[in-house]
Write a protein that binds this ligand. Structure first.
Ligand SMILES: *Cc1c(COP(=O)(O)O)cnc(C)c1O
Length: 339
């Protein structure tokens, strides 16, 4: 048995999902003729109360398109220093949109309206014009942290007052929604555009959606083509996305329970210095200084448990729909045996 905790992107489609893919009604999506793609786009938009959506090959593409439709060179985007849009998208903010980036040190990847307000540039020729704010919910690098709705509402009000656009990197927004006291509609109301990943915890093999107004998504369609993301009979993979939205959201709570169980097992082990609070499906823990953390990663790999390094002495485990209770038990046993 191989236990893969490197990411929630490693999930494989179930036979029911494959059946949905096999039966997809497809066409040429660049002509918007693909029924399965159209269905997925309207399903995603409706869930968040948005007018329209566009299906793209990756969450990097939906984020980068979201940024590009709202902001232009030589403007500036504000985001947390742990943001995926900044750290893990290859410098796309500068390359694709020609923007400067104002990084804020938030709390576990989360910003407050006050912090954002202080980061907005004054109307002065020396400074790039602040045009856009991007938030991440849940925040991957922050350890799967969840924004409170009150906080998001304050940020939305600030952005509206200052004439700034607000984008959400919602790669794992459903992990937030199943835990928090808000709905997808509540989230939809706070943001101009939202990127959601279908290939993370939701378990589809490929794809992300960008949600927004009809006008914004029309612009997005032009940019998707420009980025080389216009696909043809994409309905075969989009059908997996619809299946995921219809069947795999509520079960995310199981992933969260298993993540908590891993965190509890890790707490107090001789080689573990600290376990970050476990809020959703991400477990980050730190190894004591006297042990090379790569040796722990190797020992786990020797026992067929795959994990990733996540910073100095830090290891990340991510639970997902192919991580079963049997695997949980085996992982806990192995983690304890290294003590
Ligand atoms: C995975 C992820 C993305 C998108 O990644 P792709 O691999 O391009 O689909 C965006 N934001 C966050 C926070 C992610 O974890």
């Amino acid at each position: 048995m191989i236990i893969d905790l490197r990411s929630d992107t490693v999930t494989l489609p179930s036979s029911e999902m494959k059946e949905a893919m096999f039966n997809a009604k497809v066409g040429d999506d660049v002509f918007q003729d693909d029924e399965a793609v159209n269905e997925l786009e309207s399903l995603g938009a409706k869930m968040f109360g948005k007018e329209a959506a566009i299906y793209c090959p990756s969450g990097t593409m939906t984020n980068q398109i979201g940024i590009k439709i709202h902001a232009n060179a030589p403007g500036e985007i504000i985001c947390d220093e742990l943001s995926h849009v900044y750290k893990y998208e290859g410098g796309g903010i500068g390359f694709n949109s020609g923007l400067a980036t104002k990084l804020i040190k938030g709390t576990a990847g989360q910003l407050t309206a006050e912090q954002i307000e202080a980061a907005i540039n004054p109307d002065d020729v020396h400074f790039p014009e602040t045009q856009l704010v991007s938030l991440e919910n849940t925040c991957n690098k922050g350890g799967g942290t969840i924004y409170e709705l009150e906080n998001l509402k304050e940020i939305k009000t600030l952005c509206a007052n200052k004439g700034l656009k607000l984008h959400l990197d919602g790669a794992r927004v459903f992990n937030a929604i199943v835990e928090a006291d808000y709905t997808a509609q509540d989230i939809g109301e706070q943001f101009d555009t939202i990127s959601i990943c279908l290939s993370k915890g939701l378990g589809a093999p490929v794809g992300s959606l960008l949600l927004g107004t009809t006008t914004d998504i029309k612009k997005a369609r032009r940019i998707r083509k420009l980025f080389g993301g216009g696909m043809r009979q994409a309905g075969y993979i989009a059908a997996a996305g619809s299946y995921a939205l219809e069947n795999n959201i509520n079960r995310l709570t199981e992933d969260h329970l298993r993540a908590k169980a891993l965190g509890e097992a890790l707490t107090g082990l001789s080689y573990v210095k600290e376990v970050s609070p476990i809020i959703t499906n991400i477990v980050i823990f730190e190894i004591i200084e006297s042990i090379d953390f790569n040796s722990i990663i190797q020992k786990l790999a020797d026992q067929n448990i795959k994990v990733v390094p996540f910073g100095p002495q830090q290891i990340r485990l991510v639970t997902h729909l192919n991580f079963t209770d049997e695997m949980l038990e085996q992982t806990i046993k192995t983690l304890k045996s290294l003590s």
